[in-house]
Ligand binder design. Structure first.
Ligand code: BV8
Ligand code: ZN
Length: 237
């Protein structure tokens, strides 16, 4: 751990990639863990344009449930440690696959949300994008002022990511001296591809995850443990 601490202290450019695991200690269910299911449905069956086209009400019930959970919780020590690390680092980018907004609430600033944000909505008719923080809607799926159907402002399976956000994420990872990979099973692409990209670009890559991932064996450091405990240890007060 001491060597990883030194790498972070000496780094002038740091990129971080987080996944659902960093929000687990805030009691936000992960996707592939034992509690990733909802009404016996898997995220891969719900987070798709097809599922939404077939049953927008069901998909919205899943998002409304998650929004309700997230509204009840708060960032944990892992989120807060990353915000502190950003404060003391020259160039810092936090690439997150999470849509829960907990990094924003922990005070992180340069956040690249490659899978979107559960608190944003977009109209299928007029394309208007807006922030929608209500927990209750008159009806599901909610409607836009123009009468069109609203969808959650997230990236579903089979959908491309926001080009500007993705380019910024790739650039940050290619430029960094050290990359931290926290709480992701690293199976969803292209986000997971940022990990080998950092290695190819010559960065030191440090992973914190409860379980082994496909990249663990090839990284400079791979710590088994909870983000809420190991990040404060690694980053300090
Ligand atoms: C794309 C937003 C092309 C929505 C998400 C076949 C058919 C169709 C597509 C594909 C296919 N095969 C491959 C693909 C590509 C697909 C993909 O990678 N699929 C995987 C499943 C094989 N990818 C895509 O479809 C992407 N788009 O390819 O488009 C394209 C390109 C251009 C133009 C048009 C099209 C889009 C992927 C984005 C999907 N959206 N979420 C929502 O959230 O509702 S993905 C979803 O998975 C979340 O974003 C999540 O973040 C992400 C990754 O999961 P993790 O974050 O890693 O979470 P997970 O539960 O898996 O793991 C948690 C880890 O934490 C575990 O390892 C656990 O051990 C650990 N942990 C738990 N507790 C703790 C902890 N660690 C530390 N501390 C703890 N306390
Ligand atoms: Zn509209």
């Amino acid at each position: 751990m001491e060597q990883a601490r030194q790498w972070l202290k000496k780094a002038s450019k740091i990129a971080v990639l987080t996944g659902a695991g960093i929000s687990a200690e805030s009691r936000v269910p992960t996707f592939r863990g034992p509690r990733g299911m909802w009404r016996r449905l898997r995220p891969e069956d719900l987070a798709t344009p097809g599922a939404f086209a077939r049953d927008p009400k069901l998909v919205w019930e899943w998002y409304a449930w998650r929004r309700g959970l997230i509204a009840e919780t708060k960032p944990n020590a892992g989120h807060r440690a990353l915000a502190r690390l950003e404060e003391r680092t020259g160039e810092f980018a936090l690439v997150t696959q999470n849509v829960d907004g907990l990094h924003d609430r922990a005070g992180s600033r340069n956040i690249l949300k490659v899978h979107g944000d559960i608190w944003d909505v977009r109209c299928l008719e007029c394309g208007n994008e807006s922030r929608e923080e209500r927990l209750k809607f008159p009806e599901l799926p909610p409607r836009c002022a123009c009468g069109g159907m609203l969808r959650p402002g997230v990236v579903w399976f089979g959908e491309g990511m926001h080009a500007g956000v993705w380019d910024a994420a790739e650039r940050a990872v290619e430029a960094c001296d050290v990359m931290l990979v926290v709480g992701t099973s690293a199976v969803v692409y292209p986000a997971a591809g940022l990990v080998p990209l950092a290695k190819v670009a010559g960065a030191k890559v440090i992973e914190i995850n409860l379980e082994e991932t496909p990249f663990s064996a090839s990284l400079d450091k791979s710590f088994r443990g909870k983000a809420g405990e190991l990040l404060p240890e690694l980053i300090g007060g």
